[in-house]
Each structure stands twice: as structure tokens, then as C-alpha cells.
Design a protein around this ligand. Structure first.
Ligand code: MF3
Ligand code: CO
Length: 262
């Protein structure tokens, strides 16, 4: 899973580095496809329940599952890219958001907030006995976020889509919610691998699916961000499989160490 995770990490880096205003989302998909194939890995999204592309590219009010195509990216667009790959039957899954060119500070803040919420959710796994700790941590970060840059509006946490177990399939039990519930969720123990993936909006949390049957958009047209990592819970601690350093740098800031993985 580490090998699959690093293919995904490198592919997302390549897509982000290539992205420019004037490019189409299909061109980003081709960058990802070339990167995954060059690494000798297999894209996991292509053909998944009939999904027609290698990555999901979700722009502005699109939350997740945007299908790459003829859409031309513009300066200031909020671009979320979600990527999955398989190596020797094992899966990696990760997503990130960036703003193209000159960003509206509110959009940049949205992406930073979502990324921070993801890391808080990951860090929570270190001491958690149930996966519900992830949702507690994500909601805590979002709820206490400085909203002045968002015109004083509270942020929304999307509830219809959640994180998941991952291994020899992309989606396995347990579900990993991004919000607090009374149900504490599945037990956290060594060997558990999960994708932690908060989706945060600049407005209400509600979503709709477009007529293409894939693209998820916010109901109110507010822009959205999506960040995701695949994380392993090991005897000695956590290891973020879709980061080259296992998440060491980001988790250290949160007072969490990573397991030695070699
Ligand atoms: N990678 C997404 C997730 O984070 C799922 C993508 S759906 C697909 O769970 F159809 F594009 F594969
Ligand atoms: Co996922």
C-alpha cells in the first residue's frame, strides 16, 4: 500500500505542477494517467462503477467526482484533484485542492482549513479507540475556524460522502465520518487502513449530483475543497501512506509521531 500511495502522491504532485489557466481538466487527467502508467501502476478510478476517467477534477462549486473533460480552467479556480492507484493489488487514495494563479483569499483559506481539518482527523487516529474520533477532530477544526475571511459565514462539512477503509479494495468498511455523532464507529487497532477525506464548503453543507450522475456540487453554489490521505494504523503509531515522509512533518506539528516503516 505504501508503493501505491507513493504513486498517488507523485501523480498528484505532477498534476498540480502542470495545472495552468487555459488548460482543460481532460489535460490534467492525461498527466495523471501518464504518471500512473509510467510507475507501472493501475488507475483505480477508471471503470469503477463505470467512472470514465483516471482522476476526479472538481472545480469551484463542484465538491467531488468531477469528470475531466473540455472545461477550461481559469485563473482563481478552486481545483480539487482526487487520485487512486493500485500496485500488486493494493490501493492508495488521496486528494488535494489548490487555487489556480491569483487566489481569492477566502478560497485559499478554505483549502488551508480543509487541509488542516484532514491532518487533525489523521492525528486523532493516533490516540483513538474508535474512528469517530476523526469526525470529532474535523468538526472541531471547522467549527472553530476564523470565519471573517469567509464574510463571517460558517463553513459547511459535507455529510453525504465520507472516508473509508481501504486495502485490496478502494472502499472497505469502516466508514470514517467527518462530523460528530453519538455512534463512536469502528474500533481503531493496528492493521486498520483508512482514507481520511473531509469535504468543506464556504456555505451550507448540502449537495446535489449533476445529470452526469457523478459530479457532486454544493446546493447553494458555494465553493468547496477536498483533501484526502490514506493512513495506516500500526503497532508503533501512524504512517500516512500517500506522503513520502509518512506524514512525519505535519503530524509533528500536532504532537504526533509516526511509526518507523521501512
Ligand atoms: N477516490 C474517491 C474517494 O475518495 C472515489 C472516487 S469515485 C471514482 O473515495 F469513481 F472516481 F472512482
Ligand atoms: Co477516498
Amino acid at each position: 500500500m505504501r508503493r501505491a500511495g507513493l504513486v498517488v502522491a507523485d501523480t498528484l504532485s505532477a498534476v498540480r505542477a502542470m495545472a495552468r489557466p487555459g488548460m482543460t481538466t481532460a489535460e490534467l487527467d492525461r498527466v495523471a494517467a501518464d504518471s500512473i502508467r509510467a510507475a507501472g501502476a493501475t488507475p483505480s478510478f477508471l471503470g469503477y462503477h463505470g467512472y470514465p476517467a483516471t482522476v476526479c477534477v472538481s472545480v469551484n462549486e463542484e465538491v467531488v467526482h468531477g469528470i475531466p473533460g473540455s472545461r477550461v480552467l481559469l485563473e482563481g479556480d478552486v481545483v480539487s484533484v482526487d487520485c487512486g492507484a493500485i500496485v500488486d493489488g493494493w490501493h492508495g487514495d488521496s486528494a488535494l485542492t489548490f487555487v489556480l494563479g491569483a487566489a481569492d483569499p477566502a478560497d485559499e483559506a478554505l483549502s488551508r482549513l480543509t487541509e488542516r481539518a484532514m491532518w487533525a482527523g489523521i492525528a486523532a487516529l493516533a490516540a483513538a479507540d474508535r474512528v469517530g474520533a476523526v469526525g470529532d477532530a474535523v468538526e472541531e477544526v471547522v467549527e472553530t475556524a476564523e470565519a471573517s475571511v469567509n464574510g463571517g459565514r460558517p463553513y459547511g462539512i459535507v455529510q453525504e460522502y465520507v472516508g473509508h477503509g481501504i486495502g485490496q479494495s478502494m472502499h472497505e468498511p469502516p466508514e470514517v465520518l467527518n462530523y460528530r455523532t453519538r455512534d463512536r464507529g469502528a474500533r481503531v487497532r493496528p492493521g486498520l487502513c483508512v482514507a481520511v477525506e473531509p469535504m468543506i464548503t464556504r456555505g451550507a453543507r448540502f449537495t446535489q449530483v449533476l445529470a452526469d450522475d457523478w459530479t457532486v456540487v454544493t446546493d447553494d453554489g458555494g465553493r468547496a475543497s477536498h483533501w484526502e490521505h490514506t493512513v495506516a494504523v500500526l503497532e508503533g503509531g501512524l504512517w500516512v501512506l500517500t506522503e513520502h515522509d509518512g506524514g512525519a512533518a505535519r503530524l509533528a506539528e500536532l504532537g504526533v509521531g509516526v511509526a518507523a516503516l521501512d
